[in-house]
Design a binder for this molecule. Structure first.
Ligand code: NAP
Length: 272
């Protein structure tokens, strides 16, 4: 186990695929923090017992939460940031100073990290997808007060509902529809991911200053990013958000900012 070292972990079902331990262990080592970060397999019917056991473990600093627990975990921890009503899912649980367990969502902050310096207020955005990741993206976009948001999704009604929920003006379109120009184009769908269909989209009419941001990180250079690079457009890949959301969680668990100056080395490790 952990030999009484402080530790955090990532829980899910399945869990072996998670890259979170690579990221957190890399930062712990770089900072010389004596703590551990590990994978822990939790099936859906084990979640309540898992939380109850960790609540009593003083070495446990918290956990990242992945599929299928992002909704269910909200019933077991407090929600001081109102995540249930905003993003609607938690990906991080940690211990408050009074010992109580609380949940939060670091995906919106992780998505925002690589575009923090881009002046996007009032600018139009296109988002592909309306699932969990898209909700974190839309939450962040609503906070940045972007202009019009076009969501392209297989289920258009779901996309329309999200626009209303996040108070965004814009439209929901089916795949294959003509979409307006934008300053930011985000793929927050599963399309383009290994084992999934490709995202078929024509970038020709997007302006030269558009940023093409793909949340998919397996593969890292998706067809979408290849097409954007072929047009010399600025691109951001899914590892940027993966590292960004982990950075927010790391600070919550271990009380220190991760050493982001080693990002190139970390990216090489993640791609190995
Ligand atoms: P999700 O909740 O299951 O949502 C999947 C989305 O993809 C939905 O919008 C769904 O459309 C769409 N989709 C799936 N299969 C499709 C198909 N065959 N044709 C058209 N649309 C399809 O998944 P998620 O958690 O949002 O994850 C989405 C992607 O983001 C994944 O690739 C994930 O790895 C990535 N992600 C990356 C990060 C990161 O840190 N980089 C973080 C979170 C997620 P419908 O709504 O019509 O079903």
């Amino acid at each position: 186990m952990t030999d009484n070292l402080p530790y955090a972990e990532v829980i899910g079902d399945p869990i072996a695929q998670s890259k979170s331990p690579i990221i957190h262990k890399f930062w712990l080592e770089k900072l010389g923090i004596k703590a551990d970060y590990r994978l822990f397999h939790v099936k859906p019917d084990e979640l309540a017992d898992y939380i109850a056991a960790r609540r009593k473990d003083p070495d446990w600093q918290g956990c990242n939460v992945t599929i299928p627990h992002k909704l269910a975990v909200m019933d077991h921890v407090s929600d001081p940031g109102g995540v249930r009503a905003s993003i609607g899912a938690m990906n991080t649980v940690a211990r408050a100073e009074n010992g109580d367990l609380f949940g939060t969502n670091t995906d919106a902050g992780g998505f925002f990290a690589p575009i923090a310096d881009v002046p996007l207020a009032g600018q139009d955005v296109v988002v592909v997808g309306a699932g969990g990741a898209a909700q974190a993206v839309l939450f962040a976009l609503s906070r940045i007060e972007v202009g019009s948001v076009t969501i392209i999704n297989r289920n258009v009604l779901k996309a329309s509902a999200l626009l209303a929920r996040f108070g965004l003006k814009g439209q929901a379109l089916e795949h294959g529809s003509a979409f307006p120009p934008a300053r930011l184009f985000v793929n927050a769908s599963a399309l383009g991911m290994k084992g999934q269909d490709e995202l078929v989209v024509n970038l020709d009419h997007l302006p030269d200053d558009v940023i093409v941001y793909d949340l998919v990180y397996a593969p890292i250079k998706t067809k979408l990013l290849q097409a954007a690079s072929a047009r010399n457009l600025e691109t951001i890949d899914g590892l940027a958000m993966l590292i960004g959301q982990a950075a927010v969680a790391f600070e919550i668990f271990f009380g220190q900012s991760p050493p982001l100056e080693h990002d190139d080395e970390l990216r090489k490790l993640l791609l190995a």
